[in-house]
Design a protein around this ligand. Structure first.
Ligand SMILES: C[S@@+](CC[C@H](N)C(=O)[O-])C[C@H]1O[C@@H](n2cnc3c(N)ncnc32)[C@H](O)[C@@H]1O
Length: 269
């Protein structure tokens, strides 16, 4: 099975709640504790830049993708200390970081990306991370765009853009990410033996740039769709959705839809 291209994660969140606002919230929750040994369990450009800005005793980052690792190395490579590590690995591998312990663990948009790297492993992810945690675990995630009927034109548009993007990815033989809601994360963390200390949603407003980014991602996949008539129909549909999506963004000052979330938790001894 092919994996989603690494562009999908960053494109998804870049135009929502500014990532820095979510990281600032984590800093607030951390409340002056020592960051100590820090694990970025699903790294990328944003989380690596933030993690590198913290006074950690060591920094370790994991990604399932060599391309992601190259992007991270490009932005933080010159800041790596001798004790810091960037690892390409998969949480399915029982040997990965076995016997290591971290004071702070970050799972930044990792849950949604699991579908692309280890499908069906989502329910086991926090159990897998638990033995590595000796302090706080912070989970940053994105609620599915819309659950149930869309209530507003903005919600309908965000869902349409997302589904059109995913349809193109699937027809190009890739596996789209799959997001899980805050309630799912809280239940999965509790089942895995964590005590939740904070859980908060941050409302999203998608901008024109997001509409273009998602639709362009779909458009780029069309060359790989073997049914050329279907590819042409999808291209037309992308064009129409772009026109309507941009118009709605302009009329409403962005598309108010769904939320990101931050959960803080610690292991139950
Ligand atoms: C959406 S990206 C995370 C975004 C990132 N924190 C940032 O700052 O942009 C998801 C990350 O989780 C990694 N990932 C997903 N599933 C994984 C798995 N099963 N094992 C290891 N890494 C995984 C991906 O390779 C990628 O590095």
């Amino acid at each position: 099975m092919k994996q989603v291209k690494p562009e999908q994660g960053p494109e998804r969140k870049s135009e929502n709640t500014a990532p820095s606002a979510l990281f600032r919230h984590v800093e607030h929750l951390h409340a002056g504790r020592d960051w100590g040994a820090f694990l970025d369990a699903g790294t990328g450009v944003n989380s690596s830049l933030w993690g590198m800005s913290l006074p950690t005793s060591r920094w370790c980052a994991v990604t399932g993708s060599r391309a992601h690792a190259a992007q991270v190395r490009k932005v933080v490579g010159d800041r790596l200390r001798p004790q810091d590590r960037l690892i390409v690995g998969n949480w399915l591998d029982p040997e990965l970081l076995t016997d290591e312990r971290f004071d702070t663990v970050l799972a930044d948009y990792l849950v949604g990306a699991i579908e692309g790297f280890s499908p069906y492993f989502q329910s086991q992810l926090f159990r897998r991370l638990r033995p590595l945690c000796r302090g706080m675990l912070y989970v940053i995630g994105l609620d599915p765009y819309v659950v149930g009927p869309a209530r507003t034109p903005a919600e309908r548009m965000v869902r349409e853009v997302g589904r059109l993007r995913d349809a193109c990815l699937i027809l190009a033989d890739e596996t789209p990410y799959r997001e899980y809601p805050l309630e799912w994360a809280v239940n999965a963390l509790t089942d895995a033996g964590f005590r939740i200390t904070s859980a908060r949603r941050f409302a999203n407003r998608y901008r024109e740039k997001w509409v273009h980014g998602q639709l362009d991602m779909g458009l780029r996949r069309l060359a790989k769709v073997t049914d050329r008539a279907l590819a042409t129909a999808l291209e037309d549909r992308i064009g129409e959705t772009r026109t309507h999506g941009v118009a709605l963004c302009r009329a409403e000052g962005g598309l108010a839809c769904g939320s990101d979330y931050v959960v803080a938790c610690e292991i139950v001894p």
